[in-house]
Design a binder for this molecule. Structure first.
Ligand code: 6PG
Length: 242
């Protein structure tokens, strides 16, 4: 499967362009009266996108037509600087008018195994189905230098192929527990969008997009769109080896 890749000069240009596209999708959803389900990624890359949305579109998007979920979350309280929800709240949610019931955070402060079950049930009850699997309209993904995505790290392919909707993962270095969507759910989304910026991601981007032998079994390489589209949005630094 060939990947669609869009390269932007700077991370800001990527964030600005994609923010505008996301807002258009939200407006279409409101015209169709069909709420959009968006699973957010974590880490630092999406922070700029969320800030652009919060700063430039707080009053110009019908936010009540979006339901936000997460592709993964660290098992920490929402006030922790590590919290993916916390970052999205500071950069986006506190700046927009969105019903609290539309923000479906993963309770990082809860016991992980039971929270993975709770969140899986929430997703089952809050999304449409295709092939008996939950479908997100949009899933944002990041990419780690080791080829991980969401919180599925190299060597954890069993989490990618799990029959479950969410699994508990362990960061291989920090041993921090995470809750992550599994690969079947990620691959079932309508629009899968990788956002990758920075020079440090150039080698892994090249390995994955050029389908290097060494990268074929990395979690990010296992992400394929089953019924929709997959697109890599990268900046010139991350794409400097392509
Ligand atoms: C997380 C993520 C993770 C992230 C990558 C890239 O919770 O950390 O979801 O998959 O997207 O590690 O992180 P950066 O954007 O910080 O490089």
């Amino acid at each position: 499967m060939n990947h669609s890749v869009r390269k932007f000069r700077t991370p800001y240009e990527l964030a600005e362009k994609f923010a505008g596209e996301l807002v258009l999708m939200i407006k279409e959803a409101s015209e169709l009266n069909r709420p959009l389900s968006v699973a957010l990624s974590g880490g630092s890359t999406p922070e700029l996108l969320f800030s652009v949305l919060g700063d430039h579109y707080s009053n110009s998007a019908p936010w009540e037509f979006v339901h936000f979920f997460w592709g993964d979350e660290r098992c920490v309280p929402p006030v922790s600087p590590d919290s993916n929800f916390g970052m999205a709240f500071r950069t986006l949610f506190k700046k927009i008018k969105i019903p609290e019931k539309n923000i479906h955070r993963i309770y990082g402060e809860q016991e992980p195994v039971s929270e993975a079950i709770r969140y899986s049930d929430l997703i089952t009850n809050s999304t449409r189905k295709r092939d008996d699997l939950p479908v997100f309209n949009i899933i944002l993904l990041g990419l780690g230098e080791d080829g991980h995505t969401a919180s599925i790290f190299p060597g954890m392919t069993h989490l990618f192929n799990s029959e479950k909707i969410c699994e508990v993962a362990l960061h291989p270095v920090s041993h921090q527990k995470r809750i992550t969507l599994t690969g079947r759910i990620i691959n079932n989304a309508d629009k899968i969008r990788f956002l990758v910026t920075g020079k440090n991601k150039a080698p892994i981007i090249k390995a994955i997009l050029k389908k290097d032998e060494s990268a074929l079994n990395l979690p990010a390489s296992l992400v394929v769109s089953v019924n929709g589209s997959i697109e890599w949005l990268i900046d010139s630094e991350a794409g400097s080896l392509l």
